[in-house]
Every structure is written in C-alpha cells, then in structure tokens.
Design a protein around this ligand. Structure first.
Ligand code: GLY
Length: 372
C-alpha cells in the first residue's frame, strides 16, 4: 500500500493506492461514509459501466457495515459533462437533503470525477467528495489536484472550479477490465511525468512500460505511485496554476488540444493519445529550437511508439495545415491574450514553460510534421 498526501493548508488529503481497495470501501473510506442528509444513505455517482461492474459489490460491502449507498448513474462518455446532467445531479443530491458535511463518491473515469467534483464545488457553496477512479488516466491525473469542470458549446472544461477531494482511493485491480486502448491512453500521462520532471522514471518506463501497460501488478503500482507523488508535489506548490509549476502538467497538451479539436474531440483520437502525440511534437519542437538533441527527441518518440501510442502526425492523415492547428491552439482555455504557452523540454526529464514561441514558426514546424 502507498499513501501519498496532497499537502494543502487546511485541505490536505490522502491518495491511497492499494490492490483490492474497492472491496474494502467501508473500512477505507469510513470517515467519509457518514450521512448527514435526510435519507441517511451515501450518494454514489457512476456511469453505466462502473455501476454494472462495482455497484453490487459496494452495496454488499457497505451493508455488512450497516451502511447503504444510493446511486445516480450517467451515460459513459463526455456527454455526461453537460449543464443538463449537472442540473439533474444537483437536484438529486438536494433531494437527498445533502449537507455541507456530506461526501459524494465519484466512481468512474475523468468524466464522472469532473462532473461530481464540480457539482460538489457549487452545492451549498461546497460539499465534500471522494474520488474512486477506475481508469489509468483518472488514477494518475484527473482524480488528484481538484480540477473539476463540465463542457459547454464553446468548448471542453470551460465551466469549472478548483475543488479538492477529501480522499482518493486507487485500486489498480479495477484496471483489469479497462480496454487496452484506454490503458495505453492513460499510460501517456504516466510517460508525461517522466518526461516533464524525472529522468530516472522516464528511463525506468523505457524498460518497463510494456509491463505497466500489461498490468503487471508491481510495475503498475510503482508507475501509479511515482506519478501521483509528482502530481501531489506540484499541486501542493501551485494549486491554482498561477505560477509556472502546475502548468508543467500540461506537457503535450497545447499540441494535443489542437489535434483533439481538429478531430472533433471524437473517439478517433482519445485525449491520452492526443497528449502522447503532443509530447512527441513538443520534443521535436524543442530539438528544432536546439534545446534537446534530435536523438533525445526521437528517444521520447520511441518510448511513446513502444506503447502503441501515436508518434507521427503524418500518420494521422489530417486534412489541414499547420496554421489551422495553431488556430485551434488560440482557442485553448490555457491561451493568454497575447501569447500561447508551450511546454517544451530542456532535457528528457525537465520541462519548462515557453512564452516566446513564434506561432508562424510553430505553423511551419507542423506543416513539416504533417507531411514527414
Ligand atoms: N491535468 C493537469 C492538472 O491537473 O493540472
């Protein structure tokens, strides 16, 4: 078992990583399973998949401890992060008589976690929630750090709040049922931690990445714990991304966001896949600026390709040019009025925020990558 604390003044919380946690929820989450609301049962939110896989086990485990869950189930996918689902969820929680002392349990991937976190940020000006992430991406990234949001017509995650969970329980065993493609997409975020801040971890992943993606228990546990430890450190230093520290977690995301926008945020390119290719582009652009060697950029690309993640922009077959991708970047919520932030590499294991990037040069670079 690993317990990593996210140290935030007055709002510190633990991230617990242990195989079999889901089956011992009543014990592991005991302080947060008390209900102060009128129905006396604990609110859980799941999607139809996580509900089908885990609700019965959770109900049984809670019942054995004299507790009961009550469930709100959403459709899987980004469509659950809408105003209308948020409204239904808030109405349901208010109907339960939820109080500010209650905790809502979010059982699912990033969509469920973001939706529940945001509902809990605004309900009665803030109630508690517990994250039970069931995808690798949610386990190593979105469940920790308190970024919560829904999508609107204008874009993804544009309505949201920073609202930290009270506890994150990560059970690597739940990844056994995760489709391989989702597992690889989550692994892109694991590689991100190595590339942005830990050369030794990146080297370890070059050797052991196939074991992580293959769900080898020891390798997976080490990868999750190392990733969370870095995220916890960064969030503690710069919770609201007001300094350049937390922005480092966006390595691969500026390029990746443009690729997701160009492919319509569809299943043809998952978020983690876009981040993977975005990291290849960030590495190659860093080499173009002479900050890392071409050999190091290709080493990063090779680590990504080795996990069967996209490492070639040309292979995506996009019918656009570099200028169109830059235009998508301008609409990223992380864009500032006069400039775009790019996360680039000083070495494999050290990222930095660049604000001096010439967008015409980025477009020219992307034109080359689109046809390489
Ligand atoms: N996923 C990036 C962050 O949590 O800041």
């Amino acid at each position: 078992m690993a317990v990593i604390s996210v140290a935030l003044a007055g709002r510190s919380y633990d991230v617990v990583i242990e195989e079999g946690l889901m089956a011992q929820l009543a014990k592991r989450a005991a302080p947060f399973l008390k209900s102060y609301g009128t129905t006396r049962s604990v609110p859980f939110v799941a999607d139809t998949n996580t509900h089908r896989l885990y609700a019965a086990g959770i109900d049984t485990n809670l019942a054995a401890h004299g507790l009961a869950a009550t469930w709100f189930v959403v459709d899987p996918g980004e469509d659950a992060k809408t105003w209308s689902v948020l409204e239904s969820l808030c109405d349901w929680l208010l109907g339960l008589g939820i109080t500010r002392r209650d905790h809502v349990f979010a059982l699912g991937g990033g969509v469920v976690g973001d939706l529940v976190g945001f509902a809990c940020a605004i309900l009665k000006r803030g109630c508690g929630f517990v994250q039970l992430p069931t995808t690798l991406l949610a386990q190593v990234d979105s469940s920790v750090g308190g970024k919560t949001a829904i999508n609107t017509r204008a874009g993804k995650n544009l309505i949201g709040a920073f609202h930290q969970p009270s506890l994150v329980l990560i059970d690597p065993l739940v990844l056994a049922t995760l489709p391989d493609r989702q597992m690889r997409a989550g692994y892109a975020e694991v590689l991100k931690y190595g590339l942005l801040g830990d050369a030794a971890f990146f080297g370890w992943l070059e050797t052991n990445g196939n074991k992580v993606v293959g769900r080898d228990p020891a390798a997976l546990g080490h990868a999750i714990a190392t990733s969370i430890a870095m995220k916890a450190r960064i969030v503690a230093e710069d919770e609201r991304e007001t300094e350049d520290r937390r922005a480092l977690l966006n390595l691969g995301h500026t390029f990746g966001h443009a690729l997701e926008a160009e492919t319509g945020f569809s299943q043809s390119l998952l978020h983690g896949e876009a981040v993977a290719l975005g990291m290849v582009l960030a590495a190659r652009y860093s080499a173009r600026r002479g900050e890392i060697s071409v050999a190091d950029a290709e080493r990063a690309a090779q680590a990504i390709a080795a996990a069967s993640l996209p490492a070639s922009l040309a292979a995506l077959g996009l019918a656009c040019d570099g200028a169109a991708l830059v235009e998508h970047m301008r609409h990223d919520k992380k864009a500032e009025s006069t400039t775009l932030l790019f996360l680039l590499l000083r070495s494999l294991g050290e990222a930095y925020v660049a604000r001096d990037v010439d967008l015409a040069d980025i477009a020219a670079f992307l034109d080359g990558e689109l046809t390489a």
